[in-house]
Design a binder for this molecule. Sequence first.
Ligand SMILES: C[S@@+](CC[C@H](N)C(=O)[O-])C[C@H]1O[C@@H](n2cnc3c(N)ncnc32)[C@H](O)[C@@H]1O
Length: 181
Amino acid sequence: MLTIFSILVLMFFILLAGMAIIPVFFGAPWHPLSDENINRIIKFASLRPGEKFYDLGSGDGRVLIAASKKRFVRGVGVEIDPIKVLLSKYLILTGKLTNKISIHRGNMFDFDVSDADVIYLYLTHQALDRLFPEILDRMKPSARIICYRFCVRNLEPAKINKDNNLFLYNLTKGRTVNKYS
Ligand SMILES: C[S@@+](CC[C@H](N)C(=O)[O-])C[C@H]1O[C@@H](n2cnc3c(N)ncnc32)[C@H](O)[C@@H]1O
């Protein structure tokens, strides 16, 4: 009995370590957002009903879920960590949003973003540096990018919130990103 319990505890810690460690190597660690911050992000993004809203590194999917419920957008998420993929799919299922949001298990650096109207990114500077500027050529010219906490270095934002932690980029306003190392 004790052995089974020990194995379960061990498995739990291995899963937890996987959730925390794997994403660090691939791009960005996970940091769950408060509902208040999620609402701030959605308001700042000025999402319009029917828009395709992408979250690269979608975590538990709560930003996509809230955006879909409050602004009637169609959500697309890509997440490297299979456990967070399962968690977000479960939350989407219980929220009855399976026809509005799709979550893909995969690497955001290879993800097709050509259909996105708005891309939301909560990633580190290092991960953003890997995504930009190449991602700009794979996006619609009319697409908008929203970054939380970390700005895209050397890309001029069209709007910044008063707390200096939300950044909006319009591709129509210039696609030049200087190399940053
Ligand atoms: C700071 S969290 C943001 C989660 C979610 N977007 C949010 O705002 O609540 C970053 C997420 O990116 C995921 N991630 C890191 N590298 C990735 C990669 N290369 N491809 C897909 N997801 C990745 C992590 O697992 C983590 O869930």
